[in-house]
Design a binder for this molecule. Structure first.
Ligand SMILES: Cc1cc2nc3c(=O)[nH]c(=O)nc-3n(C[C@H](O)[C@H](O)[C@H](O)COP(=O)(O)OP(=O)(O)OC[C@H]3O[C@@H](n4cnc5c(N)ncnc54)[C@H](O)[C@@H]3O)c2cc1C
Length: 408
């Protein structure tokens, strides 16, 4: 019997697995790795790997050696070989114990599922094991100066010369382009056809001759954004994913995985704040009396929305395990999750009052500073991976089947 079926029909197997996972996590996840994570503490895999503490290194290495950076991938590609149900058990147990994500990597979240589906065997074997070991960091080269929401207007060109593409042009808003080892990129390989039909999907080594990267400052005080320039960059043809000029369909698959990853943020995927923990001292005075009844009302609303979202997320996850199509819910959940994060941080900033607006590099209250930065950062998530307005267009047309009202 196939392993996935065996687990679907044998609840005892799940129970045994849960017990094993629970014991392993108890024994191997250091206490300090069970605290909420801040953005400074996120460990990004890659050649520039660095740790802030010994516990962080241990947790990274232990999870890596279990194959649990990518628990659902086949073992042959460096993954843990778990069934979808087992992955859910692992996630539940990690959440129950408050375990941090040991590694963050766009390659694992977005590129690998696409390679698994349509990559060549050579591409899977070359690129997936290094991601699963946290050795290679990936960035996304999609957006350009006049190609954001209207992504298909991208102009960065790739001309095929023998067995190599010659890439020229530039990418914008490339998160961590300056720290990444490889980029998955959309490039124009045909200008004489309708714009979606002349795009290809290429994997580009960021150390290639002719690539230069320029960081861009952000309002949150951190610069993850970069502009990346390509000047006659040579890329071997074997790094083409999918067919030549078939990159648009590949990009749509990848963006669906990006939105699914972003909709998991509150499930421990990214740093976030517990609204009650942050707001409580500002809502009540020393005698335990409520200072601001209006804020309490809003806090209850934010927490109820978060709870409803978590329940919906679990239901969609169960549908995905049952192999039902969840591309519609993924678009909806990215929209709802990111907008809920904005609403939460707006509330926290109201609760913090003027305290939330003071911020210097030597701030004596780093936790407040972190909320302030997260407040600013939360707004960007409603743009990254497709803005809220564009998500609404997608939901209207592809999920609800409404007629197109304009150019979107
Ligand atoms: C935090 C963050 C990280 C990012 N990381 C990356 C990355 O790593 N790699 C990468 O390639 N890109 C990245 N991006 C870029 C991101 O994909 C684009 O910013 C996004 O697609 C919007 O494009 P734009 O900025 O050009 O805005 P525009 O497309 O110019 O949009 C401007 C405004 O017009 C609205 N709008 C546009 N078209 C429509 C329409 N048809 N209907 C209604 N409203 C519309 C938008 O919602 C938006 O409010 C990142 C962005 C952010 C914020």
């Amino acid at each position: 019997m196939p392993e996935a079926l065996a687990h679907a029909t044998n609840p005892m197997t799940d129970d045994t697995f849960r017990d094993d996972v629970r014991q392993w996590l108890q024994a191997h996840c250091p206490e300090s790795m069970r605290q909420p994570i801040t953005s400074e503490e996120m460990v990004w895999g890659g050649t520039e790997l660095s740790f802030r503490s010994e516990d962080q290194r241990l947790w990274f290495e232990r999870m890596r050696d279990k194959g649990w950076f990518a628990p659902d991938w086949p073992v042959a590609y460096g993954g843990g070989g778990l069934t979808p149900r087992q992955v859910r058990v692992l996630e539940e147990e990690m959440r129950r114990l408050g375990c941090r994500q040991p590694q963050y990597n766009l390659g694992i979240w977005m590129l690998a599922p696409v390679l698994l589906e349509i990559g060549t065997e050579e591409q899977k074997l070359e690129h997936m094991p290094p991601m699963a070991q946290g050795r290679i960091r990936w960035c996304q080269g999609f957006s350009e100066p006049n190609a954001g929401s209207d992504l298909a207007s991208l102009k960065t060109s790739a001309r095929l010369e023998g067995e190599e593409f010659v890439v020229n042009g530039s990418k914008l808003w490339t998160s961590y382009g300056d720290r990444s080892d490889w980029m998955y990129a959309l490039v124009r390989t045909d200008t004489g056809v309708p714009k979606q039909q002349g795009i290809s999907f290429l994997l580009i080594d960021m150390k290639s001759a002719g690539i230069s990267v320029k960081p861009i400052e952000l309002i949150s005080g951190k610069s993850s954004f970069c502009a990346v320039f390509f000047d006659n960059v040579r890329v071997h043809r074997r790094h083409l994913v999918g067919p030549l000029n078939g990159g648009w369909a590949v990009a749509k698959k990848l963006l669906a995985h990006e939105r699914a990853a972003m909709s998991k943020f509150t499930e421990g995927g990214a740093p976030s704040h517990d609204p009650l923990a942050v707001a409580r001292p500002h809502l009540f005075d020393e005698a335990g009396h409520l200072r601001e009844p209006a804020l309490r009302d809003q806090l209850a609303g934010v927490m109820m929305d978060a709870h409803a979202f978590a329940l919906t997320h679990r239901r969609v996850q169960a549908q995905a395990i049952a192999r039902q199509d969840v591309s519609g819910p993924a678009s909806i959940m990215k929209l709802v999750q990111t907008e809920q994060e904005v609403a939460k941080y707006e509330l926290l900033m109201r609760a913090l009052g003027t305290e939330g607006l003071q911020w210097t590099e030597d701030d004596p209250h780093p936790s407040t500073q972190d909320v302030t930065r997260s407040w600013l950062l939360s707004k960007t998530y409603t743009i990254a991976g497709g803005s809220s307005e564009v998500q609404l267009n997608i939901i209207a047309r592809r999920v609800l089947g409404l007629p197109s009202g304009g150019t979107a």
